[in-house]
Design a binder for this molecule. Structure first.
Ligand SMILES: [Zn+2]
Ligand SMILES: [Zn+2]
Length: 416
């Protein structure tokens, strides 16, 4: 877990601002759920034999004996809230948006943290494939706004309760015949969740994967039609996608469409920036009504890391604007400038200061470093006369002005 230091805050601010704008444009309402939930919500929703629940969840026992968990993802908590507050009675589809911290016990590695942040969009109560395509479009646009280039979308369908059990059996049979060629992890997965083997990145498992039966060839009629329809919408939107038959995502609640978005860079492909899919049975599984749904999430730290690597940070992160620096010299001047500073605050003009410093030279150096256009100087004489010196930091030109007129005067100059 890590501190988000002041120098990183503008990056977070930028990512969240883009997400807020996207949410507003596409009609998503913001929701915040607690960071702690009943652990059972995640074991039921995400699945007991998934890595997230089995290895990565932070659990805690309360004094009352309840077993809680820090949320490892957004969807289950939002679905819980959707049920608890009867949101299925509201006009559907209901579009919900969230952002904030999530927690997973990960092995420390570059760009991975145990407390991390995501931006999350979910649509409840709509089964049409147009929503799947729009969710993908939303994350694609979000990344585009953050200046990502060469984005590539990978999509797959993992079927539903009609067709997946049959495919799982088929895959299981195939894998058993190749058991000795699988890595240790996959030999364990084979019994619990054979689909996860398609996710395996181990060199050893690649030849086995390459010959494995593919789920798209075994979808039921309904899933097949849905997937075809999603792809037609993606074509219509002219989104750059390709089919990845190995994409399964590590969560049990997905049905039909799953997707991930990557950036292709010169160093090759990094981990996914965003991903998600359809989860038609989650709400019902958690005790709610039958509410088909689709959504996704984008990893904020991963996005920021890529943005920083692009090294053009100054272009997308505007520096805070402090065009005026207030400098003072002497006890009386310090008192008067403290008051003057408040006058600027009332006028909503941002002013930098260094009240703790006594040397004028040091203060003017600070003004220079901040790139201020003007320094306002209050010395002993000015404090007694009720005046202020306005110094143009570029030309060094100085003039004296009555103190009560200075806010007005600066307002005029900044407008120019
Ligand atoms: Zn493997
Ligand atoms: Zn199906």
């Amino acid at each position: 877990m890590h501190d988000i230091l002041p120098e990183d805050q503008p990056f977070f601010g930028k990512v969240y601002k883009e997400a807020d704008e996207i949410a507003e444009f596409y009609g998503f309402q913001k929701i915040d759920t607690p960071v702690v939930e009943d652990a059972e919500l995640f074991s039921r929703g995400i699945g007991l034999s998934t890595d997230i629940v089995e290895k990565e969840m932070f659990g805690l026992r309360t004094k009352g004996g309840d077993y809680l968990a820090l949320r490892p993802e957004f969807t289950a908590g939002i679905a819980r809230s959707y049920i608890e507050h009867g949101m299925f009675n509201m006009p559907q589809p209901l579009k919900l948006y969230s952002r904030g911290p999530l927690f997973r016990y990960e092995h420390p590695q570059a760009g991975r943290y145990r407390q991390f942040h995501q931006v999350d969009f979910e649509v409840f109560g709509e089964k049409s494939a147009v929503i799947d395509a729009q969710i993908i479009q939303i994350f694609y646009n979000f990344l585009k706004e953050l200046k990502f280039k060469n984005l590539i979308i990978e999509v797959n369908s993992i079927g539903d309760s009609q067709c997946r059990p049959y495919y799982k059996k088929l895959l299981g049979n195939y894998l058993r015949s190749r058991e000795n060629s699988l890595c240790a992890d996959c030999r364990r997965r084979m019994r619990e969740n054979p689909l996860r083997i398609l996710d395996c990145k181990e060199e050893k498992c690649q030849p086995v994967k390459a010959q494995a039966p593919q789920i798209v060839d075994h979808l039921c009629e309904q899933c097949n039609a849905h997937f075809k329809s999603v792809l037609e919408f993606l074509d219509e939107l002219e989104l750059p996608y390709h089919l990845n038959p190995y994409l399964v995502r590590g969560l049990d609640y997905y049905t039909k469409t799953v997707f991930e978005i990557f950036e292709d860079t010169e160093e090759g492909r990094q981990s996914a920036l965003a991903g998600g899919g359809r989860f038609d049975s989650l709400v019902k599984m958690l005790g709610g009504k039958d509410a088909p749904a689709c959504g996704g999430a984008a990893g904020v730290e991963r996005i920021i890391r890529a943005v920083k690597e692009r090294a053009k940070t100054d272009q997308i992160i505007p520096a805070a604007e402090k065009k005026i620096f207030l400098a003072q010299l002497g006890e009386l001047a310090k008192r008067k400038s403290l008051k003057l500073f408040e006058e600027f605050r009332k006028a909503r003009i941002s002013v930098a200061e260094s009240f703790g410093r006594d040397s004028l030279k040091t203060q003017l150096r600070s003004a220079d470093r901040l790139g201020s256009e003007y320094a306002l100087i209050l010395g002993q004489k000015e404090a007694l006369d009720g005046t202020v010196i306005i110094r143009d930091m570029k030309t060094g030109h100085q003039e004296t002005i009555k103190m009560e007129k200075v806010v007005n005067e600066m307002q005029k100059r900044l407008r120019k």
